[in-house]
Design a protein around this ligand. Sequence first.
Ligand code: ADE
Length: 252
Amino acid sequence: MICDINISGVIMMNFHILTLFPDMVMQGLNTSIIGRAVEKEYITIDAVNIRDYTLDKHGKVDDYTYGGGAGMLMQAQPVYDACMAVQAKIAERKKNTVGARVIYVTPQGKTFRQEMAREMAKEEDLIFLCGHYEGVDERVLEEIVTDYVSIGDYVLTGGELPAMVMVDAIARLVPGVLHNSDSAVTESFHDGLLEYPQYSRPEVWRDKRVPEILLSGDHAKVDAWRLEQSIERTRKLRPDLYAAYIENHDEG
Ligand code: ADE
């Protein structure tokens, strides 16, 4: 298999986003850390306009739903052709025919979590399909989608924001994207715990002192304190995560 490698010899990750609003996606992902990661070629982001693939001479990509009901549905043909074009491009680059995963972002999907982000960060290519209107013709979903993923139990107007959320969470786990390689290890959800509280200068602010132990220089004690704080914070704020943590760390 031929991998995509940047000038530093690092394997890149490629995000392909099938959308009716490519500008929204590209603008949302071209700043800060993700923008820098694109610039440095750790990742690529390609927003593909589904409308470019419609065979309708008026550029139509939606139509009424059979059986009645409110709203319009994205039609199968342009979605399918857009996806096949991306798959063909990936196959050509990799010189193989193993299709990339296609993630349909939908409130009906499995809930996106840090663990899923970690697992997806191992892929070389990911294709996201952003729905709009009342959804997408079921037949094309059956043909192309490998993963149905939701970012939470609420309904948004389209799939672009969820796709951007997922790209951000996955991209920052790609080696090289974060400068400080530690920060992906010590952050919230590492080992199923929330992150401990952190402090910067000054030592005293509005009569509040930085916890003394953090000034001690004793790294073992600092680590122990931070773990204790993480556990306590998780117990208070996320009893669901705390219960899972206790179960996993139960000595008995
Ligand atoms: N599309 C609309 N709402 C969504 C959600 N909560 N998650 C993923 N995709 C969506």
